[in-house]
Design a protein around this ligand. Structure first.
Ligand code: ASP
Length: 277
């Protein structure tokens, strides 16, 4: 909701969707109490906080960073990749060097709380990453501005205790996020591997292009995961989407996925419908 407040302020002042989504998700990136995004994010199994983020605008421009360490606002680095380079995606050391060249400063992103959680995990896990319904929760945001233009942003510290170097869906255009200004936008949260395997957000946009409502499109994407991925009971995935009529939808595999909606007349946290009870 705080992220939406920041984004909404920009939209209300007549600002662009691109600025709204960037500023919106920066709120979560800077919040040490959000343990799945940015500062305060839970580390990988080696104790490194590695961040993934991407951004996409109404002109189908896109920027992305993956496995980026030490930088509090990966979404803003992703935007710089989009605006200042001929590329879409930078990873690891190269992404860090690029960020520093553009004025971002190195910070320690591993909070005391996250370090303690990691120390606890190491005692129990025997160094084996495990994906369950609780160790992830990315922030993805899509916005449409007064000109009817869409943008989207997605940012995460990824799965807690992942293997160092693992990249999920969140920085991958078409998986964690997709925008097509003539149709709408979609984004994902949950187990990235499951989302990548169905090109989740791109599929939802294509389903909307083919005439499905955002709600139907999100449901169909979850259905594809459930049909093809046998272990779906063990992990969570949630999608949200919006179309050019301003209709929205959200759906997840399991109970518990919530999304925040802000519009002229609505400001609410919605419990998404889900596939498996
Ligand atoms: N989608 C993210 C990933 O797989 C995890 C999350 O939603 O927190 O990295």
């Amino acid at each position: 909701m705080d992220a939406n407040d920041a984004a909404w302020k920009i939209l209300q002042d007549g600002g662009e969707a691109l600025d709204a989504v960037e500023q919106g998700v920066r709120v979560s990136e800077a919040d040490p109490n959000v343990d799945s995004v940015g500062y305060g994010g839970l580390p990988d199994r080696d104790g490194h906080v590695t961040l993934d983020a991407c951004i996409m605008d109404e002109q189908s421009r896109a920027g992305s960073v993956a496995c980026l360490e030490h930088i509090m606002h990966p979404i803003s680095v992703a935007r710089k990749v989009m605006e200042l380079t001929p590329h879409v995606m930078l990873v690891g050391e190269g992404a860090l060097r690029f960020a520093e060249e553009h004025g971002f400063t190195r910070e320690n992103l591993l909070t005391e709380k996250a370090r303690n959680a990691w120390e606890e995990w190491k005692k129990m896990s025997g160094y084996t990453p495990h994906v369950d319904k609780n160790n992830h929760d990315t922030i993805g945001m899509i916005a449409r501005d007064a000109n009817g233009n869409f943008s989207g942003a997605c940012t995460t510290s990824g799965l807690a205790w992942k293997i160092h170097g693992r990249v999920g869906d969140s920085p991958i255009i078409g998986a964690g996020l997709f925008v097509d200004n003539s149709v709408g936008a979609a984004c994902a949260t949950g187990k990235g591997e499951a989302v990548i395997r169905i090109a989740g957000s791109a599929i939802i946009v294509e389903l909307m292009r083919a005439g499905k409502t955002p709600q139907e499109a999100c449901e169909e994407a979850v259905e594809r995961i459930v049909h093809r991925q046998r272990d779906y009971k063990d992990f969570q995935v949630g999608f949200i989407a919006m179309n050019t009529k301003g209709e929205v939808g959200g759906f997840s595999i399991h109970k518990g996925f919530q999304y925040a909606l802000r519009s002229q007349d609505r400001n609410e946290l919605i419990d998404a419908r889900f596939r498996v009870s």
